[in-house]
Design a protein around this ligand. Structure first.
Ligand code: F6P
Length: 465
């Protein structure tokens, strides 16, 4: 296997490792992939500088070499907060109502992709395999090709691909996808997102699509596009369960929930995660089954995310109001139904919390995959497993049909399934979990990396030209 050059917006620089599991699956997954394969991980340092220098900061720790650049304040504003997270993110999560189309955002996005290409170029050696990640860097492959890079270059999208009718509202949509077709291999989380992409290529670009072999051909260049559902680093995650931190976290939650069943949600504070809608479902549960208030304790861990963006500030305020209303209406001097926490925890602590919680509530309105659902299952006690309540709109639902699948927009459906989970017999919990754990254990992140890299290296010829 050739050396891997991984490129993503955010890089889990060594000092940041072990931070919140809910901060997004990408960083953890790439860390595991690089540890296994060796190579370099290139991206933004997360720091701002007055003037872009292109200076690369190289660090090596725990078998992973990271190379990062700083960006200018305007880059962060227009590329990261702007085009990536105020244009592409909402649009790709079907939130056209929140999507902003600003000219400067598009310019910032182009500029930063240029900066990435220019900076990473000297690090790429002729035999390397290059793997670009996520919506921040969709045109990067083309930028590298225009600088003469002939290596195999793959791209993986960690978020959904929207239906064509939504996607065409993006100005210059054709330019973006034409640029993507300079990759040799494009990976999606599920067949649903893959099919939307292929549909777009056929309908809007007039590309020839071979649906059997998943090849898109345009202007004489061929790109393979396939689904590769991402998984958790199963062995590493399960080993966390043996740590003192995990055991302490487990005890803390068991002891403090006393006779109540703990139900947990762990999400970045993002509107795609459906947190206010989740609170509506919990409120409906308490309204419908008032005598069960004493039976349930809900813990929502929600580390703030992308805090400079207005839509994120609004969702936080809305969530705080709803949580406050439910707690105000349903609390007693010795009972508070919801514990709402704005901070992240280490993997080990999350393992302990997941294991102590007998219900995992994962109800995004739209999600590329959702690794919290898989982590929750991985952390369960085989002799007394908890129940996963999962949104049918998470990519993970396609692999995890033995969970209780819900419509996150329906408070009644969420409430009903919380009750089913609370009252589920041990035999049924075990039967469901025994099915779920097979997918979580076997379709893990190492298999995901192997499958993608093997296919990338097997593509017939680099999509140069
Ligand atoms: O998985 C989607 C993703 O946007 C990743 O690319 C990212 O690292 C993660 O969510 C967290 O988002 P951010 O890097 O904006 O904090």
């Amino acid at each position: 296997m050739s050396r891997l050059v991984v490129i993503s917006n955010r890089v889990a620089v060594p000092k940041a490792r072990g931070a919140a599991g809910a901060q997004g699956g990408l960083a953890g997954a790439l860390n595991s992939a690089l540890k296994q394969n060796g190579g370099i991980w290139f991206g933004w340092s997360g720091q701002e500088t007055d003037t872009f220098t292109g200076n690369i900061n190289v660090q090596r720790s725990e078998g992973v070499t990271t190379a990062t650049i700083d960006l200018e304040q305007a880059d962060v504003e227009e590329y990261y907060n702007g085009y990536a997270n105020s244009t592409l993110w909402p649009l790709f999560h079907y939130r056209i109502d929140l999507t902003e189309y600003e000219q400067e955002f598009g310019r910032g996005y182009e500029r930063v992709n240029e900066r990435f290409a220019q900076s990473v170029l000297p690090l790429i050696e002729p035999e390397d395999t290059v793997w670009v990640h996520d919506y921040h860097l969709m045109p990067l492959g083309e930028r590298l090709r225009s600088r003469g890079v002939k290596n195999r270059i793959g791209f993986f999208l960690h978020i959904p691909w929207p239906p064509t009718r939504l996607f065409v509202s993006l100005p210059f949509h054709q330019r973006l996808v034409r640029a993507m077709l300079h990759y040799d291999l494009i990976g999606f989380q599920t067949t649903e997102w893959l099919e939307s992409f292929l549909h777009y290529c056929e309908r809007e670009l007039g590309a020839t699509v071979d649906h059997e072999d998943c090849v898109v051909e345009l202007d004489g260049r061929k790109t393979v596009a396939k689904a590769y559902p991402i998984g958790v680093d199963y062995d590493h995650f399960v080993a966390q369960g043996q740590t003192i931190a995990a055991k302490t976290a487990y005890r803390r939650l068991c002891d403090s929930s006393r006779t109540r069943t703990a139900m947990i949600g762990v999400d970045r504070l993002d509107y795609s995660k459906g947190l206010p809608e989740r609170m509506d479902g919990i409120g409906r549960f308490f309204d419908t089954y008032p005598d069960r208030v004493k039976d349930l304790l809900f813990i929502q861990i929600a580390p703030p995310s992308r805090e400079d963006i207005g839509s994120y500030q609004k969702i936080r305020t809305m969530l705080e109001q709803k949580t406050g209303q439910i707690n105000g209406a349903r609390s007693d001097v010795d009972l508070v139904p919801i514990r709402y926490v704005n901070r992240g925890y280490s993997m080990a602590e999350l393992f302990g919390f997941y294991r102590a919680a007998k219900i995992g509530l994962v109800t995004p309105l739209r999600d590329g995959m959702n690794l919290v659902a898989k982590e929750y299952v991985a952390a369960q006690d085989p002799e007394d497993p908890g129940v996963l309540v999962l949104s049918r709109f998470a990519g993970a639902a396609l692999q995890m049909g033995e969970a209780l699948l819900v419509n996150p927009y329906s408070p009644d459906d969420v409430a009903h399934n919380i009750r089913l989970a609370l009252d589920m017999s041990l035999a049924e919990r075990k039967a469901r979990w025994e099915q779920l754990i097979v997918t979580v254990r076997d379709d893990n992140v190492l298999r995901w990396t192997d499958n993608f890299i093997t296919d990338l290296e097997g593509t017939t010829e680099p999509a140069v030209g």
